[in-house]
Design a protein around this ligand. Structure first.
Ligand code: NAD
Length: 295
């Protein structure tokens, strides 16, 4: 069984790392916020003082960090993964970052004899806890085959899409679909509530038909409870849409709906909601219509 290092123990990383421990892997962990390692250490993981130390103790290193600059810092920076890596180490970045940044990091890793996969996830905190994430991987097939079992301890759907960076291309598409779904749900449910339908029973009636979706079932109960505790922060969805817009424009794809939803998220950020869950997008529509959609 391979020894694993895990860097980034936030909302997603912590439960994912716990599932690796549960599956019997020997685990070394690191987070720049030292208290975030406490739970994992109590569950049997070794603490490290840097990414370099994590790499020195591991055959496979997983990173689960907010954005491209954080992954570059943790992997390429001083005391980072590449400083401690032996040739043959496999690096799996499971964060959602820009595909171009993935390719840049993979090229630097290759110079040190380190193979890399990008393997971002979808499913949010509940599926991270259950170990049922959807994992979308990019990178060489033979590397993917070596770590498929490890990914399977964190996800119930583990699919290699293609070359390095393609995991994050799929994830950008995923994030466009999720953002537009939440916006559609918000627009529709504010209309339903203000026009006189009961929000709770209206939602129950809708969810069984064609408009029912995983997004609706994950986010509508949060809206009805007025609970916008993240989950997935609006600021992280802004980060994903920045990466989506940049990638789309680079390859020549206009994305008009993504641009519109980006402006809704920007308005919420200005209103002080950047740390709300992205289900909090409904507050933009509620403010426009002067009504709240609650139980
Ligand atoms: P988070 O902010 O809760 O966690 C990130 C962790 O990384 C924090 O504990 C932080 O201290 C640590 N960190 C930051 N820079 C570091 C560094 N240089 N070295 C070591 N540790 C460092 O974020 P999250 O919600 O867990 O998301 C992580 C990634 O997963 C993001 O790319 C996000 O877009 C993606 N994602 C999140 C969700 C979700 O529902 N939260 C779902 C799918 C994908």
């Amino acid at each position: 069984m391979k020894t694993i290092g895990f860097i980034g123990l936030g909302i997603m990383g912590k439960p994912m790392a716990k599932n690796l421990l549960k599956a019997g892997y020997e685990l070394t962990v690191y987070d720049i916020v030292p208290e975030r390692m406490n739970d994992l250490a109590a569950a049997g993981a070794k603490r490290a003082a840097s990414g370099k130390e994590v790499a020195a103790a591991s055959e496979v290193v997983i990173t689960m960090l907010p954005n491209s600059p954080d992954v570059k810092q943790a992997v390429l920076g001083p005391n980072g993964v590449l400083e401690g890596a032996r040739p043959g180490l496999i690096l799996i970045d499971m964060s959602s970052i820009a595909p171009a940044a993935v390719r840049e990091i993979a090229a630097c890793a290759a110079e040190r004899g380190v193979a890399m996969l990008d393997a971002p996830v979808s499913g949010g905190e509940p599926k991270a806890v259950q170990g049922t994430l959807a994992i979308m991987a990019g990178g060489p097939e033979e590397v993917f085959e070596q770590v498929k079992e490890i990914l399977g301890a964190m996800g119930s759907s583990v699919i290699r899409i293609g070359d390095i960076g393609s995991g994050n291309i799929a994830k950008l598409a995923n994030q466009i679909i999720v953002a537009l779904n939440i916006a559609a749900m918000s627009e529709a449910m504010v209309l339903a509530a203000k026009a006189g339908a009961n929000a709770e029973t209206g939602y129950q009636a809708i969810r069984g038909g064609l408009a029912g979706s995983a997004v609706l079932d994950a986010k509508m109960p949060m809206v009805l409870a007025g609970n916008f505790k993240p989950g997935f922060r609006i600021e992280l969805h802004i980060k994903d849409l920045v990466n989506a817009l940049e990638t789309a424009h680079e390859v020549g794809v206009p994305v008009p709906l993504t641009s519109s939803v980006m402006e809704i998220l920007q308005a919420l950020k200005v209103a002080g909601c950047a740390h709300d869950d992205h289900s909090g997008m409904i507050q933009f529509y509620e403010n426009l219509a002067k009504i709240q959609v609650r139980r």
